[in-house]
Design a protein around this ligand. Sequence first.
Ligand SMILES: [Zn+2]
Length: 112
Amino acid sequence: MDNKKNLLIIRRLQRETFQGRKDLRIGVWKTRKVISDDWDATYEHYINTTNCEDCDIELVSGNKCNNRKCLDHCHTTGKVRAVICHTCNLRRGREDAIERITGHPYNPLQRF
Ligand SMILES: [Zn+2]
């Protein structure tokens, strides 16, 4: 059996336990350069958040819906900001890009 198949088996076994799912999730965040002072608290907050902290829509996990749960983080500092839905995460990403380009925080009332 090759290493790729072994890795898939290990990941499947990890997903069967709370600690395994937690380790996998935090591992994904770290590969995306998310920074947290307290991974346990970040994970607890992520797991216990039921509604988007921006638009209040009910969050779902593990699918491709627009209201799937996302851990929003600043792409400049890496710091965790909020648990939000996919739609709000995309909007925040666009606002961050505007801020990086213009040098000013995004203001929806400002004309370009
Ligand atoms: Zn939202």
